[in-house]
Design a protein around this ligand. Structure first.
Ligand SMILES: [Zn+2]
Length: 278
């Protein structure tokens, strides 16, 4: 009998896109977010868990159409759409940067109320989420052995947040970049370190030898990362130059490579960094 018992299960299984041998990506309508699966002989790594208990449970059940084996989780960073579904995977190991765990502890309540206010029809779903910070944390890098293959989790530096990690599957040259790379929308700068982001992105470029899975949007490749790195570098250089000339974030706005509403946040963060306030 097919492992896919019903028609709907088969349809859902097709939503998992196999980007390399036993490496899958599933893009969800909620927040256009990507979830990754790296299947090994002994365990499967789940990269990000979506935005609530319900979304996490739905994800966990969809993973069962791919594998019935042991699951291990990694969060690319602390943002709700990547980590608020963690509780559905307990008692699994949940890996993340130490600052990812700290930020989930300190910031989540505020985020939950903000989500509830923004989406009143789903308020309970977001306020009731059982925030579950990573129970396995690291600062620089860790190698996970899944059986027959490994995955390297590395913090290349600050960028989209202070706790972004990148998951590299070396045997197939797949890179899960989290929100350090964003497709389908400009990068998100609310918690960012725009002066550090280009250097961090450069380290992604060093390992971008195959498919690169952004936190949101379509799977991309090296040339897309190069393009986003060019924009991020231009923004950082612009901030530095305008500040050197005595100007403000507002003065730099019209020259930004990003749309105005994005540029405002990015340049405000960049100037704060240059002033030593971040
Ligand atoms: Zn994010």
């Amino acid at each position: 009998m097919s492992p896919f018992g019903t028609r709907s299960a088969a349809r859902a299984a097709r939503m998992w896109h196999e980007v390399a041998d036993k490496v899958f990506v599933r893009r969800f309508l909620d927040f256009n977010v990507n979830v990754g699966l790296v299947v090994g002989d002994n365990a499967t790594l789940v990269i990000d868990t979506r935005g609530s208990d319900r979304q996490g449970r739905e994800l966990a059940s969809e993973i069962r159409w791919i594998t019935h084996g042991k699951l291990v989780v990694a969060n690319t960073h602390h943002h709700y759409d990547h980590a608020f579904g963690n509780s559905a995977f307990l008692p699994a190991e949940i890996w993340g940067h130490e600052q990812c765990a700290a930020r989930l502890r300190s910031d989540s309540r505020t985020t939950q109320y903000a989500l509830a206010a923004a989406m009143p029809e789903f308020a309970a779903e977001y306020t009731d989420a059982h925030i579950t910070p990573p129970n396995k944390t690291f600062r620089d890098s860790v190698s996970l052995e899944l059986g027959g293959r490994k995955v390297e989790l590395t913090h290349y530096g600050r960028g989209h947040t202070d706790n972004d990690i990148v998951a590299v599957v070396p045997d197939v040259h797949v890179v899960f970049a989290g929100d350090l790379v964003e497709q389908g929308a400009p990068p998100s700068f609310e918690d960012s370190y725009p002066m550090d982001w280009p250097g961090t992105m450069g380290r992604i470029l060093d390992v971008a030898l195959g498919p690169v899975i952004p936190g949101h949007g379509e799977v991309v490749g090296r040339s897309f990362v190069e393009g986003q790195l060019a924009d991020l570098s231009a923004l950082a250089q612009l901030a530095r130059r305008v500040r050197f000339d005595g100007g403000s974030a507002d003065d730099a706005m019209p020259l930004s490579p990003f749309p105005a509403r994005v540029a405002r946040v990015a340049l405000t963060r960049a100037f704060a960094q240059l002033a030593g306030e971040l």
